[in-house]
Design a protein around this ligand. Sequence first.
Ligand SMILES: [Zn+2]
Length: 185
Amino acid sequence: MKPKIILPIILFTMIFFVLYFAYPLNGIPAASRTNHFTSDSLINKDESTMKTMNLTEEEWKQRLTPEQYSVLREKGTERPFTGLYWDNHEQGTYKCAACGSELFSSDTKFDSGCGWPSFYDVSSSSAIELKKDSSFGMIRFEVICKKCGSHLGHVFDDGPQPTHLRYCINSASLDFKKEEKKHNP
Ligand SMILES: [Zn+2]
């Protein structure tokens, strides 16, 4: 090929890739849309970094209700619109039902309509880990409590601003602590 033809082809290819990454089909820039999944340290790469609580499954069974055990330890999913917190609008903190670690704040809870408590952010990025989950023929990201290794739910990238994330969490994995009303003297 003549150099005169090669140069426009290279330029066109470069422009195409720049535009693709800036404006993919769903209108959300790829950089902000996938940031939490690709470059964030939340994604667990080493199983041994989790599970600082080394309880046996028998001990977990004693600590948890059968429903909590099925969700937290066996990665079960409660039926939508049945849990304690999907429609909870009170101010407070959501903790891990297995170990008490603080996970979500009511400030980031929103009505997603999916029937499970939904949050657009975590209280602290050090509280959870994400793990790629290919079960049921879908690629999803499982949300795991970093302190005890328990299953909490999944996170999707169709949430509201500013994160565009939707942490879809089982009520059975959560323990809600209502915020104390401050006394005005
Ligand atoms: Zn936990």
